[in-house]
Design a protein around this ligand. Structure first.
Ligand code: C2E
Ligand code: SIN
Ligand code: SIN
Ligand code: SIN
Ligand code: FE
Ligand code: FE
Length: 373
């Protein structure tokens, strides 16, 4: 900071240009990470600072979190900690000439990165209802004077209030997406709980299915779609009587026919949705008991006429069903499961998927261990 390469304060025209430039991009950005980066860059440029960190309040954990400037990680601190926490609590802007003279400052970040924080400006980020969503923390003024001015505080506060709306909308949207995934997962659990299986079953099936998809060459995105949709494969079991589902012994022919209905029932529960996750879930619910040789149900489809999502979940579901206890059977040994899968390759199961399964067995066993009942 002392090499003499100071920057000048912005002329009002330059400031306006920065604001217009960023505002345009901020209002159309709907990805949370990119939005946070844009907002932080705007704060840094507006204040002629070296760094800007945008801290967001997490209500559930009573913490402030921020994206790391470099890398994908995030930093979290208690909502009372440090300068950011102080401003979050008081909702008043704060300007400091030298952070190291201020007892509220935590030097942990500097100590791990070797960075030297000196001047700091922190302003609250408030929405229209005057709730504080987080704080802008701007670090190291790059002008010769090296301190943030009252004009900086006014500028950044104004920018904060304009961008809060965009941020709130994206936070809300992210929250909704997370909630949707959770609801879908819960629905899957309901289907399984009815049949005395635990949530761990749907979690494992989801992870097995994703691993099969990735190792079969699907993109991360499509593998994730399969992962979030597969927990609902047995949702149709909600309509099957307890006496059948939880029968300790072997089912009669009629009882087994009744259970088989769960595939079509699940499909009809989900088929009308326009959401890609639920569409994928409908396919999986319907086709996860089809067999490669055409002897499965409900349609008796064979080979590649069975949707690949259905073929993938068939392998994932049966692996988990055999590897764990059921009301009607004990878990099989790994040896017996492998013998069975090799035998059923090209009969019950897509042969290519069995190859993928056997080649990546360790990955599957790790998932089994990680999500033990
Ligand atoms: P599930 O328990 O989730 O089992 C899913 C699939 O794993 C079965 O589909 C089957 O392909 C495979 N599987 C599970 N246990 C065994 C086994 O001991 N041997 C072999 N070879 N495969 C096994 P499937 O057969 O279409 O059954 C669908 C659902 O019907 C089962 O879901 C379960 O809820 C019920 N079910 C099937 N057989 C019985 C039974 O004998 N008694 C009872 N109580 N329920 C049964
Ligand atoms: C923290 O590390 O607690 C936040 C940074 C600061 O001290 O303002
Ligand atoms: C922090 O992690 O608390 C601040 C990081 C930084 O100073 O860049
Ligand atoms: C794929 O990459 O389409 C999956 C391979 C398969 O059909 O088993
Ligand atoms: Fe099923
Ligand atoms: Fe299942």
């Amino acid at each position: 900071m002392s090499n003499g390469h100071w920057k000048k304060e912005l002329e009002s025209e330059e400031l306006l240009k920065i604001i217009f430039d960023y505002a345009g991009r901020i209002t159309i950005e709907n990805n949370l990470n990119r939005l946070l980066l844009l907002m932080a860059d705007m704060g840094r440029d507006m204040a002629v600072a070296d760094r800007c960190i945008l801290w967001i309040y997490d209500e559930q954990l009573d913490e402030l979190w921020a994206k790391e400037a470099h890398g994908m990680g995030e930093v979290r601190v208690p909502a009372e900690s440090g300068l950011a926490g102080y401003v979050y609590q008081t909702s008043e802007p704060l300007v400091i000439e030298d952070a190291y003279q201020d007892e509220r400052f935590h030097a942990d970040g500097d100590n791990t990165t070797g960075y030297r924080t000196k001047s700091v400006m922190v302003v609250p980020l408030k929405n229209k209802q005057n709730q504080t969503l987080g704080v802008y923390q701007v670090i190291n003024k790059l002008t010769k004077e090296g301190i943030f001015t009252p004009q900086d505080v006014r500028n950044l506060s104004l920018a904060a209030s304009y961008t809060a709306q965009a941020l709130e909308a994206v936070l809300m949207n992210t929250e909704m997406e997370e909630a949707q995934k959770e609801i879908i997962f819960k629905m899957g659990e309901i289907g399984e709980v009815r049949s005395k299986e635990t949530g761990a079953h749907v979690k494992r099936v989801a992870e097995y299915a994703k691993l099969l998809a990735i190792k079969s060459g699907f993109s991360e995105e499509e593998a994730d779609l399969i992962k979030v949709a597969s927990p609902m494969h047995d949702i149709g079991k909600v309509a099957i009587p307890d006496a059948i589902l939880n029968k300790p012994g072997k089912l009669s022919k009629e009882e087994f026919l009744a259970v088989q209905e769960h595939a079509n029932i699940g499909y009809h529960l989900l088929e009308n949705s326009k959401r890609s996750i639920l569409k994928a879930a409908a396919i999986i619910a319907k086709e996860h008991h089809e067999r490669w040789d055409g002897k499965g149900y409900p349609e008796g489809l064979s080979g590649e006429k069975i949707h690949i999502y259905g073929r993938i979940v068939a392998v994932a579901d049966v692996f988990d069903a055999l590897a764990t206890d059921r009301p009607y059977k004990k878990a099989w040994t790994l040896e017996n499961i492998l013998t069975h899968f090799k035998y059923e390759k090209g009969k019950q199961f897509d042969p290519a998927l069995i190859d993928v399964f056997l080649e990546n067995l360790n990955g599957f066993l790790q998932i089994k261990k990680r999500y033990e009942d």
